[in-house]
Design a protein around this ligand. Structure first.
Ligand code: SME
Length: 151
C-alpha cells in the first residue's frame, strides 16, 4: 500500500465529528494495521501527565501485556526520553527491547509532539525484518501531527 494514499483516510478519521478522540486514535491504528501489509501491530502509547510512564491508549493487532512502560525501558521508553524517531531493523540486535510477540522482527517508534512537548508515540511492530524506511518515518510523523491537532 502506497502510504500517501492513506492520508485522505486518516484525515477523514480526524475530521469525523461523530467520534471522540479515543475512537479516532483507535480507528487510525486499525486503518494502518489493516492496510499496510508490513504493519502487524500498531499502537499509541501516551505519557502519564505526572509520572515517567507510557500508557497504551489504543492498538490494533495481537493484544499486548505491555500496557504500561517506564521511561527508559524498551524501544518505546527510550523514545520517551530521547524525543527522537527510533527505527529498529532487527529487534533481536537490541539489548533494551521489550518483546510483545515472538513473531516481531522489526519496529519503529515515532514521538508525538504537542506544542513542542513529547506527550506520546506511535509504535509499529512488523513480522518482516527491516520493514521500515524514511517513507514510513515521514508518514508516521505526519500521522502524529494530525493526532496532535485534535488532542
Ligand atoms: N517492543 C516495545 C514494547 C511495546 S510492544 O512492541 C507492543 C519496546 O521495546 O518498547
Amino acid at each position: 500500500m502506497e502510504l500517501e494514499l492513506l492520508k485522505p483516510e486518516v484525515t477523514s478519521i480526524i475530521n469525523n465529528d461523530h467520534h471522540n478522540n479515543d475512537e479516532k486514535m483507535q480507528s487510525i491504528c486499525e486503518l494502518l494495521q489493516a492496510k499496510v501489509s508490513t504493519y502487524d501491530w500498531v499502537g499509541f502509547y501516551m505519557a502519564h501527565p505526572s509520572e515517567p510512564t507510557l500508557h497504551l491508549k489504543s492498538q490494533a493487532g495481537i493484544p499486548t501485556d505491555h500496557k504500561v512502560i517506564p521511561f527508559g525501558k524498551g524501544i518505546c521508553g527510550q523514545v520517551a526520553v530521547s524525543n527522537q524517531n527510533f527505527v529498529v531493523p532487527d529487534v533481536h540486535a537490541q539489548d533494551n527491547y521489550i518483546a510483545c510477540s515472538i513473531h516481531v522482527k522489526s519496529e519503529v517508534v515515532i514521538p508525538l509532539f504537542k506544542n513542542g512537548k513529547n506527550i506520546g508515540q506511535i509504535d509499529i511492530d512488523s513480522n518482516t525484518i527491516d520493514a521500515f524506511d524514511d517513507k514510513d518515518e515521514k508518514f508516521l510523523e505526519w500521522v502524529n501531527a494530525q493526532v496532535a491537532s485534535i488532542i
